[in-house]
Ligand binder design. Sequence first.
Ligand code: ADP
Ligand code: ADP
Length: 237
Amino acid sequence: MLRIEGLQKQYRTGDAALRGVDLVVPAGEVIGLIGPSGAGKSTLIRCVNRLVEPTAGRIFLGDDEVTGASRRALRRLRRRMGMIFQEFALVERLTVMENVLAGRLGAVPFWRSLTRRFPPEDVRNAFATLDRVGLLDHVDKRADALSGGQRQRVGIARALLQDPDLLLIDEPTASLDPKTSRQIMRLIGEVCAERRLAAVVNIHDVALAQMFLGRIVGLKAGEVVYDGPSAGLDATV
Ligand code: ADP
Ligand code: ADP
């Protein structure tokens, strides 16, 4: 479960990006974060893993507080947060399997991932996870030979292999065609339900969010202006 209380962010320059956001995402629920450009969506996601330091407010992952966590505690907490990015941060010259296993190492520099031997259970897990996301036939393909949808599936598998409690997903379909976008959104919904993961998906396509997500949170100028069923959105935002 993710719990955010009174979250504020003021960058050194410019207006406040977040002006007191409260949000609870229970295990197993995927919420869509929508809102115009500049609303604070990326800032919110980046505050949760403290890539951006919040100015005020508290963030909890389960019973553990993320805000105020020491550097060491934060490293442990981040392992429980799977990050999936729009730009599919894959290592192009590595295979699908290598990219997914490298996720086990978290923030370890990539060259070290090449010299490390992985425990057999990690490899077994990686095969099972790649099977789940539909990439079992592509494990030995290099990342630079994959389609956009396949690359996003690698990103999802890599995040899942960490066995996270929470997924933070930034614009997962921004560079995908509509059909592939729907497949990826369906997959995200399914794996989160199967594994009881909470997830926050920053998504600009409202129709796509409504098709696959039950709950939507609308941000505008750093404030929550809608939090409710995706079907009830039209009238409000
Ligand atoms: P969104 O993801 O909804 O487009 P952002 O979180 O990127 O919104 O931005 C929210 C506000 O914070 C915007 O006004 C943006 O200009 C500002 N902002 C974002 N990142 C920075 C930064 N690193 N430094 C200063 N201002 C920033
Ligand atoms: P785009 O991002 O280019 O708008 P979308 O994936 O949102 O593409 O699809 C375009 C429109 O068609 C959307 O409004 C969506 O609701 C609708 N649509 C596409 N595929 C389906 C589908 N399988 N079921 C229901 N509606 C669909």
